[in-house]
Design a binder for this molecule. Structure first.
Ligand SMILES: *[C@@H]1O[C@H](CO)[C@@H](O)[C@H](O)[C@H]1NC(C)=O
Ligand SMILES: *[C@@H]1O[C@H](CO)[C@@H](O)[C@H](O)[C@H]1NC(C)=O
Ligand SMILES: *[C@@H]1O[C@H](CO)[C@@H](O)[C@H](O)[C@H]1NC(C)=O
Ligand SMILES: *[C@@H]1O[C@H](CO)[C@@H](O)[C@H](O)[C@H]1NC(C)=O
Ligand SMILES: *[C@@H]1O[C@H](CO)[C@@H](O)[C@H](O)[C@H]1NC(C)=O
Length: 232
């Protein structure tokens, strides 16, 4: 009945036999499609007009100490490390400023916690870049034996040390109109760090003592999760 009212000239015999199930399905589909279209339009408008999140690049990473020491008395293994990290933070927006809360840095090598540090809160103007420099120096006592094996393989047998640097922070985003919102972001910078003395003393990579990023390589860090809050 409903279909005939909507489109009486088009009432075909096969449509009549499917009428009772096709009418609700047809309504559901149309409503669903209209809803999806609306969501896409709103998202499109928002993404085109809303602020871009900041971007992060790992520009300097030097490891000046990465000692794995085993004590004979109790067979425990410690890791002492010293890392120097510079991360470039870029605000790509022409009319939006960022207020960063403390940024927490946490470093892992092959799943082994190496150290952490927090970078103080700061302000970033529209279309600017800022270098965040931090040093992490830490000693981890009594490492897990499996972790010791994987660390030793990387340090003494391979020429690269894999490192993951996680950054966690909240960013307040203030647009030109004065509207403010907040991103809670988790960023991952990953790289394999080359032994610095590889070309000289470290033939076959026996026991390098310093490591650094290959020249000209500034890996982009990835935003792994971003929660978005809006407040006025
Ligand atoms: C930053 O924003 C201010 C105020 O909206 C504007 O005058 C200035 O030109 C902007 N700077 C850049 C580099 O876009
Ligand atoms: C971000 O805004 C919230 C709410 O206004 C405020 O409590 C918080 O301190 C702000 N954080 C920064 C880093 O400006
Ligand atoms: C660093 O890690 C320790 C141990 O997990 C934790 O207690 C401390 O709060 C962390 N510090 C920062 C700045 O994340
Ligand atoms: C950063 O670390 C401090 C101390 O461990 C903690 O209180 C704070 O919640 C952390 N911030 C984020 C965004 O994870
Ligand atoms: C750690 O390594 C550095 C450089 O290889 C070395 O000078 C230092 O003596 C080592 N420290 C310990 C405690 O083994």
């Amino acid at each position: 009945m409903l279909q005939e009212k909507i489109n009486p000239s088009n009432a075909k015999p096969f449509a009549a036999t499917r009428r009772c199930c096709s009418c609700p399905a047809w309504l559901l589909w149309t409503t669903g499609l209209v809803l999806i279209a609306l969501i896409l339009i709103i998202a499109g408008v928002y993404l085109n007009n809303g602020p871009q999140p900041p971007s992060f690049r790992l520009t300097i990473l030097k490891i000046t100490q990465f000692n794995i020491t085993t004590t004979f008395q109790d067979c425990s293994t410690d890791l002492s490390s010293k890392l120097h990290i510079t991360i470039n933070v870029h605000n790509p927006n022409k009319d939006t400023v960022f207020f960063y809360d403390k940024i927490n840095f946490t470093v892992y090598s092959d799943g082994v916690f190496v150290g952490n540090r927090s970078f103080p809160s700061f302000y970033q103007e529209n279309r600017t870049s800022i270098d965040l420099q931090t040093s992490i120096s830490n000693t981890i006592k009594d490492l897990d034996p499996d972790a010791v094996d994987s660390l030793k393989t990387n340090v003494y047998k391979k020429c690269y040390l894999p490192l993951k640097i996680w950054l966690r922070t909240d960013v307040n985003v203030t647009m030109g109109t004065g509207k403010t919102s907040m991103y809670r972001i988790k960023i991952l910078c990953y790289d394999r760090i080359r032994a610095a003395d590889l070309d000289h003393a470290c033939d076959g990579c026996t026991s390098p003592s310093a490591w650094e990023l290959p020249k000209l390589s500034a890996p982009n860090c990835k935003i792994m999760s971003m929660l978005f809050f809006i407040f006025k």
